[in-house]
Design a protein around this ligand. Structure first.
Ligand code: FNR
Length: 369
């Protein structure tokens, strides 16, 4: 890390998101880069996710002793040093041969949760073995063979994962034109099969041993409803978060049904184009939830001041998506660590300059206009 005055930053590494994206494009194939970078439909939501942050202005407070910023966050009885987590991103061998192992190790070095996707290139157990007791959450895509989904949840529980994140906005794939144009499906190429081929319950459902076809037959689940969630609750004692909630009514239902947390997200604009910018959905959801369960946020976080805005709108923590996988493509574990180091430093500086010495003060400061 280099230093300019009070700022520590990763030297010889892209600083801004734009530079990260440009460097990642140089090292990734066209199909893989298109898969990560693009959004659904005409990419209205992908653009809106970013642009909408500018609608919110920070009104900083002064003279508040911000010399030792404490940005730790307590969730489900555990304290994490930073409110910046790694979002579930599938099939990370697309970016780097070490894939999720590299990203999970980077998260571990900061003590923040790595949220592992169902469709990972490395299995639940491989990631647990690589990272020991560092915090890990498991993101679940439901399965038509429900017992296969429950089997993965049980494996995550046995491997020490601390929460289950059920993604509810992906009951089928969005209309992604870059992938259609490139005729590119990393799932079909086998990048997302590690958790399936290591699952005895799933493997027993296959008639012809074709794992990839089995995944394709299983992963799209348009019948998913609150009844499935009630059954999931019976199967695990881990906290369950729903990822992909945008409507305050769904947030209210989640609280009523005993869900433990929400991630406000539109999947980075990759599912339904034309949906509300995630940052615009955050305030109304927080208002509905009234502090009863934690609300996390992703989709469009590109720098530290975005983190401040999401926290000021009431998020308990945020998740990084594309920025960290670009870091992975550029430099493996080290690349993800550099992205995280810069993000955390910019977040600390931004919070301090906004007059926030501790996240506990955030709600009372009314920092946004
Ligand atoms: C994702 N996302 C995602 N979400 C999920 O629940 N399971 C998954 O397997 C994936 N896979 C995935 C792959 C790629 C390449 C991307 C870019 C995204 C969505 C992810 O968790 C998160 O919601 C978005 O990345 C947030 O948007 P930004 O900030 O990356 O634009």
């Amino acid at each position: 890390m280099a230093k300019v005055e009070n700022i520590s930053f990763a030297e010889n590494f892209p600083i801004s998101f734009k530079e990260l994206e440009e460097e990642a494009e140089k090292v990734m194939g066209a199909g893989g880069f298109g898969y990560v970078q693009s959004g659904a439909g005409g990419e209205e939501t992908l653009k809106k996710n970013i642009e909408s942050f500018a609608k919110y202005s920070i009104v900083p407070r002064m003279l508040r002793d911000v010399s030792v910023p404490d940005i730790s966050v307590n969730l489900f009885g555990k304290t994490y040093p930073y409110p910046v987590f790694l979002a579930p991103i599938g099939m990370q061998r697309l970016e780097h041969s070490e894939g999720e192992l590299a990203s999970a190790r980077a998260a571990a070095s900061f003590g923040i949760p790595f949220i592992q996707s169902t469709v990972s290139s490395y299995s639940i157990e491989e990631i647990a073995n690589a990272t020991g007791t560092s915090p890990k959450w498991f993101q679940l895509y439901w399965s038509n063979y429900e017992d296969a989904a429950f089997s993965m949840v049980r494996r995550a529980e046995e491997s020490g994962y601390e929460a289950i994140v059920l993604t509810v906005d992906t009951v089928m794939m969005g209309w992604r034109e870059a992938d259609l144009r490139n005729n590119f499906s990393p799932l079909k190429l086998g990048y997302g099969k590690a958790n399936y081929e290591s699952d005895p319950v799933f493997m027993a459902t296959l008639h012809d041993g074709d794992v990839v076809q089995g995944i394709l037959d299983n992963i799209h689940h348009p019948t998913l409803s609150w009844e499935h969630i009630a059954r999931l609750k019976e199967k695990t004692n881990l906290p369950i978060l729903l990822k992909g909630i945008l409507h305050p009514e769904d947030a209210r239902l989640a609280v009523e049904k005993g869900i433990d947390g929400i991630i406000v997200s539109n999947h980075g604009g990759r599912q339904l184009d034309g949906v509300i910018a995630a940052i615009d959905a955050l305030g109304p959801v927080v208002k509905e939830v009234k502090g009863r369960i934690p609300v996390l946020f992703d989709s469009g976080i590109r720098r530290g001041s975005d983190v401040v805005k999401a926290l000021a709108l009431g998020a308990d923590a945020v998740c990084l998506g594309r920025p960290y996988v670009y870091g992975l493509a550029i430099g493996g574990q080290n690349g993800v660590e550099k992205v995280l180091a810069n993000f955390i430093e910019e977040t600390k500086v931004s919070l301090s300059l906004a007059g926030v010495g501790s996240l506990k003060e955030m709600a009372s400061l009314k920092l946004l206009r």
